[in-house]
Write a protein that binds this ligand. Structure first.
Ligand code: ATR
Length: 282
């Protein structure tokens, strides 16, 4: 008789100590009755390649990659999904039966599921503003286009970077770009913060009236307190002012699906993680 074996998974990042991914994936494993273990491993960019090879050589089946490893993971993967290529970043590596390493990016679909399914926030026909033009912004552009918004503006501290990014997508969508001073007088139905500013308590300078009536705010970052951008949304009467906790759980569910062939339920876990914080995002 063949004894059941435990498959190994991990999140690699730097820093990684406070990652919620081990808890999320262990909860998914318990819920779906699957035997696996999932750990957090401190891996710097310099150690990335050897650490991945070592992990897969010793029974590892899948890896989530977080800051600052997503671009490296994209370069490393031997095969990639179309959405990983659009993002030029990989947050999920999977060892396939033929020995190849598949790179996927589940961040974009994680955001879409949290916005549209969990919170009923439509993107279709709406005027959308994205703050920031780095990797986090790039990763969500393709799924946003797929929802057929009326318009999308990308505003960045250095406007040239926003323009450069928009040109990469010129064949599929016409993004408008500007610096933060170019936002005066404009108004949006959904504002997504893809800058890393709010993690350090900072906020890009946003003019009054930027959020339309019944508009929504979403910060891709998350924290145990309301981020500076979530607070800005609350002060500016957002219908919803959310952070990225729901997106985190949803991207994990998609990674779990890729690895294990089953998509776990997410609602009760999101509610539990939310209830443990100093504020409830809604
Ligand atoms: P990366 O580009 O390394 O993948 P990212 O977190 O996606 O990382 O990108 C950081 C984004 O946050 C950038 O858009 C950056 O603006 P610049 O391109 O002008 O550097 C933005 N950002 C970081 N700190 C900021 C701040 N204090 N105010 C406004 N924007 C900030």
């Amino acid at each position: 008789m063949k004894l059941p074996t435990t498959d190994h998974y991990a999140v690699f990042g730097d820093p990684v100590a406070h990652s919620k991914s081990p808890r999320i994936h262990r909860a998914f494993a318990a819920q779906t009755g699957q035997m696996l273990d999932y750990s957090a491993r401190q891996v710097s960019a310099e150690q990335f390649e050897t650490s991945v090879q070592d992990f897969f050589a010793h029974g590892g089946k899948g890896i989530n990659c977080t800051v600052p490893l997503k671009e490296l993971a994209w370069r490393f993967a031997t095969r990639k999904t179309a959405r990983a290529d659009a993002a030029k970043a990989v947050n999920t590596l999977a060892l396939k039966a033929d020995g190849s390493i598949l790179g996927d990016n589940t961040d974009g679909i994680g955001l879409m599921t949290d916005l549209t399914v969990n919170h009923g926030i439509e993107l279709s026909g709406r005027r959308i503003l994205i703050l920031g033009a780095g990797g986090a912004c790039r990763g969500i552009l393709e799924p946003i286009i797929g929802q057929r918004p009326q318009s999308v503006v990308i505003a960045n501290r250095s406007p040239a970077k926003a323009t450069e990014l928009s040109l990469e997508f010129a064949d599929t969508f016409n993004f408008d770009t500007c610096g933060f001073d170019g936002l005066a007088g404009l108004s949006f139905d959904l504002i997504i913060n893809a800058t890393s500013a709010s993690l350090s308590g900072d906020l890009p300078p946003l003019p009054a009236g930027l959020l339309a009536e019944n508009g929504d705010c979403y910060d891709l970052a998350y924290a145990d307190q309301a981020t500076a951008f979530v607070r800005w949304g609350q002060i500016n009467n957002a219908r919803h002012s959310l952070d990225g906790l729901g997106m985190l759980v949803e991207q994990a569910a998609e990674a779990y699906l890729l690895w294990r062939g089953i998509r776990p339920q997410t609602a009760s876990l999101i509610a539990l993680l939310n209830s443990e914080r100093n504020f409830q995002a809604h």
